[in-house]
Design a protein around this ligand. Structure first.
Ligand SMILES: [Zn+2]
Length: 585
């Protein structure tokens, strides 16, 4: 395993890369005044509301609210983990990534491993495709023909064939110990306890699985024999994560954009058949429920996703799990719908009977999120009774609460109201009510930066993050570190960081706090729009610090007075108390 990337390296790297270059290489930016703009890559829009600030090293979309640093952008846009995003940045900047590690597992070694793994997959892919072209593949070709697939579609999806037998691939590719090791690590061979190897995929039609960047990462195999596992996937490897990749996304990405929607189906054969009949915007999950990560990835290409599942119980359960994972992702104009296949059909059989037109006609009638959600829940209650309608509303509440504020959420609340007579919109996006609620929470909850209605200290933090030069204003910051006021410690830490590194920019400050519980709150403070002049910002920032200083004195006075009540103050303490009281007047 790779070791940790040292913190100081990350700090330094983020200070050195320019977010404008990072984003521009992926989403072309236009200069507009001091900032850069583009149409937002995270939601669908015609006029640009996505802005990148070179000064803050931060991006912000006024349309969907997406925001973050260069690292955050890469994580979001390319769906990378934090260390992956750091590596991608370092790659782009041409700097090797050091690893904190004791036993020689260097970044170089890791790269080598990944490369040999990728090569093992590429060679296996070539081998499987050759096998499909051979005369001995008659059975495989016959199977594909029976399923109505033509040679072009088979070629488009690079289908292959793993012949029957335990060591075809092993003999062909596993010619050296290194190669066998790479084949094992990539999931193509299985190593026995006695050190022998055998082919994982035998007597199967092979479906290469690509990640969203078109990199071959795994295989799926459909058995031609009577193997109990009809479908078999590669295991998870450093290249392949079942919950992250989607079968067919890379091939279908442009068709998805063009169609304006994507369909999620259950199997790769469904994806291939649909494509054969002209429905080229389908993707499949890889033997798991649809994850939030997959949905986020797919929403990058379209705002509308249709879950297409079997109409049986298992299919409905899978759709419900998909729904639960999708709710938090439904921001802006995103929506999901549900299409259930008639009994005994799957998308593969249906499209062969009804063609693309028939399939698309069904697609247009797919159930809306509201119909599916509320329809399912109302089946569990007796809708003729008022108390049961209240129960329905209560069952719907946790689901609707997961949807980000916006039109879709309001629509669902309306629909629920019409159905049950229950208004649970207290939790919806009502600006005024919401602000009140937050105000109350803020009083009760000692985490200022996390609150919507900003406390003074959160505002000061926001000013400081957006304009790090403010850190030079206060003379003393030490007192903040043990001031029992929510947020004071964090304010101290940010001030200290900027004082230690006076040239640090906003994005680098933020990334310094990556992985801490304050990260999210700090990040939304950077995106916060306050519309104050520089002068007003300086004045308010200073006022907050003065105020905190006053609080410190009051607390100190109170402590001394408390002590005086129960015991005697030392002469030093007495002097200090007098001093504090004088200043206080
Ligand atoms: Zn946006």
């Amino acid at each position: 395993m790779a070791g940790r990337i040292p913190r100081h390296f990350i700090d330094d790297l983020i200070q050195r890369v320019d977010i404008v270059d990072v984003i521009d290489a992926r989403v072309p930016l236009k200069k507009a005044g001091k900032e850069y703009t583009a149409c937002c890559p995270f939601h669908n829009e015609k006029t640009p509301s996505f802005t990148v600030s070179p000064a803050k090293q931060f991006y912000h979309c006024f349309g969907c609210g997406a925001h973050g640093t260069a690292v955050g952008f890469l994580m979001e846009y390319e769906n990378l983990s934090f260390p992956e995003a750091v590596e991608a940045l370092a790659d782009q900047a041409g700097i090797p990534v050091p690893r904190e590690t004791g036993d020689g597992a260097s970044a170089f070694q890791q790269k080598q491993d990944t490369a040999s793994l990728a090569q093992a997959l590429t060679e296996s892919d070539r081998y499987f495709r050759e096998q499909l072209r051979k005369a001995s593949a008659g059975e495989a070709v016959e199977y594909l023909k029976n399923r109505g697939l033509d040679g072009k579609t088979a070629a488009d999806f690079s289908l292959g064939y793993a012949p029957p037998g335990w060591d075809n691939l092993l003999k062909h590719l596993g010619t050296t110990p290194q190669k066998r090791e790479a084949l094992v690590k990539s999931g193509m061979l299985i190593e026995k306890d006695n050190g022998d190897f055998y082919d994982r995929f035998r007597h199967r039609i092979m479906f290469p699985i690509h990640n969203y960047r078109g990199q071959l990462v795994a295989f799926g195999g459909r058995t031609l024999g009577d193997d109990k596992a009809k479908y078999l996937n590669s295991p998870e490897t450093p290249l392949f994560h079942k919950g992250r990749d989607l079968y067919g996304l890379y091939i279908g990405r442009n068709d998805i954009k063009e169609a304006g929607h994507a369909v999620i189906v259950e199997g790769y054969m469904d994806v291939v058949s649909l494509a054969q009949f002209g429905v080229r915007y389908a993707v499949a999950t890889l033997g798991t429920a649809t994850t939030q990560q997959q949905l986020e990835r797919l929403f990058r290409f379209t705002d509308e996703i249709v879950f297409c599942f079997d109409g049986d119980n298992a299919g409905r359960k899978a759709a419900w799990r998909g729904l639960e994972n999708a709710l938090p992702a439904l921001k802006g104009t995103r929506q999901i719908r549900f299409l259930f296949m008639p009994e005994g059909e799957d998308p593969d059989t249906l499209v062969r009977k009804e063609g693309a037109d028939g399939f698309e006609a069904r697609l247009r009638k797919a159930e809306s999120l509201g119909d599916f959600l509320l329809g399912n829940l109302s089946k569990q209650v007796d809708m003729t009774r008022l108390d049961e309608k209240v129960r329905l509303a209560e069952m719907a509440r946790p689901h609707i609460e997961k949807i980000p504020d916006g039109a879709l959420k309001n629509m669902l609340l309306d629909q629920l109201y019409k159905l049950s007579g229950q208004d649970i919109s207290g939790l919806a996006a009502k600006p005024v009510a919401d602000a009140n609620r937050r105000g109350r929470d803020a009083a009760a909850n000692p985490s200022p930066a996390a609150q919507g209605a900003k406390s003074k200290i959160a505002r000061a933090l926001g000013f400081l993050l957006q304009n790090p030069q403010l850190a030079s204003i206060p003379e003393d910051i030490e007192f903040l570190s043990d001031l029992p006021v929510p947020g004071a410690q964090l304010l101290h830490d940010v001030l200290q960081l900027v004082r230690d590194q006076p040239t640090i920019h906003t994005g680098a400050i933020l990334e310094h706090f990556h992985g801490t519980r304050d990260y999210k709150a700090l990040s939304s403070l950077v995106a916060w729009q306050h519309y104050l002049s520089e002068n007003d910002v300086n004045t308010e920032f200073q006022a907050v610090l003065d105020d905190l200083d006053k609080q410190r004195r009051r607390i100190h006075i109170q402590q001394l007075l408390d002590k005086a009540q129960s015991s005697r103050l030392t002469p030093d303490e007495q002097r200090l108390l007098n001093q504090l009281l004088t200043v206080e007047k």
